[in-house]
Design a protein around this ligand. Structure first.
Ligand code: ATP
Length: 367
């Protein structure tokens, strides 16, 4: 009896936003170079990368605030590439809040609804519900200048949310807040996104912020996407040296991969044998990313194939940070063994933890 041919489930309804080979040029300046990705409904995806890599341009193209030079953008299956910002059902939270200073908080949140044609009473009702959602139910009559920075940003989030967008866009929403507030507002934004099952695209250049809020992260460098993966995958198997450095602050060293089996390679690094994940099973000289927390230090008394000298040592409360001079080059180390730190100038033996190392390319392929 012949078996029926299996049919792949149609999951196109689960996808909210698609970039299909999108390029953006400003005259001769290439701002975004042939990027493709898709974002499932109800997920928060972060565009992460250094200054000038193309994150903001990408976000503004989703919003319809920048035209597309080549390629297509689909929103819930509809081609919106040539649609204006007003025609698209997206709303954006800006880093500068962009609240109207002469309007009360309630008027600010209701503004987009009344401009969209909603009766004043219904717009107020929804604005009050929006303020309630961000914990500012009692702040409606105040002016923005009578709020703290964190509260103003929450108003901006409420104003975007009440429009019930298909996609919520957030452009560095925490950059005007101090460190403590950043964490709180960050957690609040993520909490609301999860509660309402919103699709959101978030831009930041801060890797910790990206790790904390995202279902998936799109890492960009030099106008292109270098890796698109969940935070844990980026952290544990960075695609290349750039991602390893940018996401994990990893040390990049050369080792020799001698054997590879079932996605793991036996690799000798400075005379020390380590088993490292590598789906590509590369052999010979390879570049290895070694996370600072994956380096183990030992006293000088014991024999050890790899040794180094402590040239910087800093106590940070819950961890020690060291810089070592070693035959592999300079290594940056983070250690939670704070009770008996290795003193400046001392010699230490060096080993590697089971996790925290990744092969990121063949030697000589550094970018
Ligand atoms: P940042 O984190 O500094 O905001 P970014 O990753 O968001 O950087 P974009 O603002 O998207 O980067 O800029 C990408 C590239 O396009 C940069 O080289 C930038 O100089 C260039 N660019 C952006 N806007 C314009 C413009 N209006 N005219 C010309 N070039 C532009």
């Amino acid at each position: 009896m012949t078996q029926p041919t299996p049919v792949a489930p149609d999951r196109s309804g689960d996808v909210s936003l698609v970039f299909d080979h999108v390029t953006k040029k400003y005259g001769r300046v290439l701002a975004v170079d042939d990027i493709s990705f898709s974002i499932p409904k109800g997920s928060l995806v972060t565009l992460l990368g250094p200054s000038g890599c193309g994150k903001t341009t990408t976000l503004r193209m989703i919003a319809g605030l920048e035209s597309v030079t080549a390629g297509r953008i689909l929103l819930n299956g509809e081609d919106v590439t040539r649609q204006s910002a007003i025609e698209r059902n997206v709303s954006m939270v800006f880093q500068s809040y962009a609240l109207f200073p002469h309007m009360t908080v309630l008027e600010n949140v209701a503004y987009g609804l009344t401009v969209g044609g909603l009766a004043a009473r219904e717009a107020d009702r929804r604005a009050i519900a929006g303020l309630d959602l961000v914990g500012l139910a009692d702040y409606g009559p105040r002016l923005p200048s009578e709020l703290s920075g964190g509260q103003q940003q929450r108003v901006a989030v409420a104003r975007a949310l009440v429009l019930e967008p298909q996609v919520l866009l957030l452009d560095e929403p925490l950059s005007n807040l101090d460190t403590k507030l950043r964490r709180r507002v960050r957690d609040e934004i993520r909490g609301i996104q999860l509660k309402l099952n919103l699709t959101a695209v978030y831009v930041t250049h801060d890797q910790e912020e990206a790790m904390a809020v995202s279902d998936r992260i799109i890492v960009m460098n030099k106008q292109r996407i270098v890796q698109h993966a969940p935070p844990r995958e980026l952290f544990e198997t960075p695609a290349d040296e750039f991602v390893a450095d940018f996401i994990c602050n990893a040390n990049l060293v050369t080792g020799e991969a001698r054997r590879s089996e079932a996605g793991r390679s036996e690799c000798v690094i400075g005379g020390v044998l380590a088993t490292i994940p590598d789906r590509q099973a590369r052999l010979g000289d390879v570049r290895v990313a070694v996370r600072p927390d994956a380096i183990r230090l030992f006293g000088d008394a014991e024999p050890h194939p790899l040794k180094g000298e402590v040239v910087y040592a800093s106590f940070l409360g819950t961890e020690m940070q060291y810089t070592l001079h070693t035959p592999l080059g300079e290594l940056f180390v983070r250690s939670d063994e704070v009770a008996e730190p290795h003193p400046l100038g001392s010699r230490v033996g060096i080993g590697f933890a089971e996790r925290g190392l990744a092969i990121v390319g063949a030697a000589g392929s550094a970018r």
